[in-house]
Design a protein around this ligand. Structure first.
Ligand SMILES: [Zn+2]
Length: 600
């Protein structure tokens, strides 16, 4: 949360805003009972399921699930972060926002870090122009990168010395600051620091706003180090740089991506630069074949379709197929352009030209067709076992999509491809989904495959529990007393639980409307607005919540039991005292037995 805006101010801005007017400035709304409705701007549909409610100042689409207040509508429609949506409406309402502050000291420290990075970018660029940079300039020329392109991407050269950047930067920045952003390293045997990047072609990595946050340094081909050092050295994680959240090139391509509603995704820096130079301005590089959920969400802010341009080596690999998972979960449409063997986008463009590359993009296969192509090469379609293997792997991919429409489209295609009835595939899909926890819910904490299945509850149950907590003070008391925020595994639910716990424990009223006001996350806004349109049945909540809580507690005990088992085994081996461990173990066992008998 970069910019803190006090609650009262958010409320004032919303009070001065009419969501009906905001939405109507984009497309017409039709009155329908207590609501207004329209065709949803966020998904394709023929009959309107997009509702706006003036009394509650919220919108909700019953087709795609999007919902929230006027801030969230602008976030979706303009593809901007929460803070910018607040700014837009504040400006319209003539309300001044406080100057950004993150705690003045902290903000100043970050600004110093950005300044150090931008100093390094300028320094490396300057070295590229000097006589010492000749080898790199020649290399770029050989790779067909023009001077303009090198300028655009701020390419640079880190000289072959241990302290060239350090000496120049230390007049303005302390070595410890330079170390913090990953530009220099502390010596191990003596005092002092040395340059991390030496004798390398430098690619600065920018955040979407165009501020340098990291570097990737490529070893020079033919140089002394070419055989012994890694091809690329990257900046380490720093307060500015989190590799799993960055897409290389997005700062240059984001407006073109939004305009085309489509992004080209390639693997490396060189590919990206070649694609951009060939006139395709909508590319980003994932820096590797796999995608994180954060990267997928970042892209989703700008477009609804991505085309992967991979070389055929990596495209056929299982790891690549799995890497599409977060994109499907984010409901991006995925297509795959497979390059001819031994080509990557850079080489293809150099040898066959931009047009050939453009044609490959146009002919890109939908993910479902691409996966089928990959699998039929590995399995024998002539046998039932081969067709079953193909079908089940494709179903595993398909069920990652939260959209029933997309899952259904996949099932139809799979059925036709492997010649199996759709009904059978649907049943199989249901079985797979029963054992599934979305990518978004994973992450925090280790989970074995077994735990995934018995974990807390599936996401729907967690969501319902949030709904019950919003509806009933009694449920809130019960849940906050017996569970903790950590017990929620789905990130959206966890985020909301955190707020609800906080408010409840501070003796504040928890209402969906008030909660929604400062929700910055689109997923959270969707969930809360859902409960505002659907009334939760009044008797159910407490009973249902008790059920869920019991599940969590049971699971915790199982985990504790496993831990105790390990400790007891260790004590046995090392001759330690096991009495108290065994007593606790027995107590849990007895409680579990009791539950068993109760439930039969
Ligand atoms: Zn919709």
């Amino acid at each position: 949360m970069g910019n803190f805006i006090p609650n009262q101010l958010l409320e004032r801005i919303l009070a001065e805003t009419d969501i009906v007017a905001v939405v109507s400035s984009y497309f017409p709304l039709k009155k329908s009972g207590r609501n207004f409705k329209a065709l949803c701007p966020f998904h394709e549909e023929k009959t309107p399921s997009f509702m706006v409610n003036r009394e509650r100042q919220i919108f909700k689409c019953f087709g795609c699930g999007k919902g929230g207040n006027a801030f969230h509508f602008l976030m979706e429609k303009e593809r901007i972060p929460f803070y910018e949506a607040v700014e837009m409406l504040a400006r319209k309402a003539n309300i001044a926002l406080p100057q950004k502050k993150r705690g003045a000291g902290q903000e100043r420290a970050r600004e110093r870090m950005f300044a150090a990075m931008s100093f390094a970018v300028a320094y490396f660029r300057e070295q590229l122009r000097k006589p010492g940079g000749e080898a790199v300039r020649n290399y770029l020329r050989e790779r067909g990168i023009t001077e303009q392109t090198a300028e655009k991407f701020h390419l640079g050269f880190a000289p072959d010395a241990w302290d060239s950047l350090l000496n120049n930067a230390s007049q303005k920045f302390s070595p410890s600051l330079l170390e913090q952003v990953g530009l220099v390293l502390a010596r191990e045997s003596s005092a002092g620091h040395y340059d991390r990047f030496r004798n390398r072609l430098m690619f600065p990595i920018f955040d979407p706003r165009g501020r340098a946050i990291g570097f990737s340094g490529r070893v020079l081909p033919g140089g002394e180090q070419a055989d012994v050092s890694p091809k690329y050295i990257n900046s380490p994680e720093s307060p500015l740089f989190n590799k799993s959240e960055v897409l290389y090139g997005l700062n240059f391509s984001r407006s073109e991506i939004a305009k085309q509603n489509k992004a080209i995704v390639c693997e490396g820096h060189m590919d990206l630069i070649a694609i951009d130079q060939a006139g395709f301005g909508s590319a980003v590089a994932a820096q590797g074949t796999s995608f994180t959920l954060t990267q997928a969400r970042l892209l989703k802010r700008y477009c609804s379709e991505v085309i992967f341009a991979f070389d055929s080596d990596s495209a056929g690999q299982d790891a690549t197929l799995r890497s599409f998972e977060p994109l499907l979960e984010t409901e991006l449409d995925v297509r795959v352009a497979v390059l001819p063997a031994t080509y990557d986008p850079d080489l293809l463009i150099r040898e066959k030209g931009a047009e050939a590359f453009g044609k490959l993009l146009e002919e890109a296969l939908e993910l479902v067709d691409f996966q089928y192509d990959v699998l039929r090469k590995k399995n024998d379609e002539g046998t039932l076992a081969g067709r079953r293997a193909i079908a089940s792997q494709m179903l595993v991919t398909a069920h990652k999509s939260p959209s029933a429409i997309i899952r259904d489209a996949w099932i139809q295609k799979i059925a036709a491809a492997v010649r199996m009835p759709e009904g059978v595939l649907r049943a199989e899909m249901r079985r797979i989904r029963g054992n599934y926890r979305p990518f978004a819910a994973r992450g925090a904490g280790p989970h074995s495959a077994g735990e995934v299945r018995e974990n807390f509850a599936d996401v729907d149950r967690e969501k319902n529990l949030i709904g019950y907590m919003l509806a009933s003070e009694k449920v809130r008391s019960l849940v906050t007393e017996r569970l903790s925020v950590r017990d929620f595994s789905d990130l959206v639910c966890k985020g909301l639980a955190e707020r609800i716990f906080f408010l409840h424990e501070h003796g504040e009223k928890v209402k969906a409307e008030t909660l929604l006001k400062n929700v910055e996350d689109g997923g959270q806004a969707e969930l809360v607005s859902r409960f505002m349109f659907e009334e939760v049945e009044s008797n159910e909540p407490l009973k249902a919540a008790e059920d869920l809580i019991e599940r969590v507690l049971k699971q915790r005990q199982s985990q504790r039991k496993k831990k105790l088992q390990e400790q007891i085994a260790r004590a046995e081996k090392e001759g330690g005292d096991r009495r108290s461990l065994e007593a606790e173990y027995d107590a849990i066992q007895r409680a579990q037995d009791e539950w068993q008998t109760k439930s039969y």
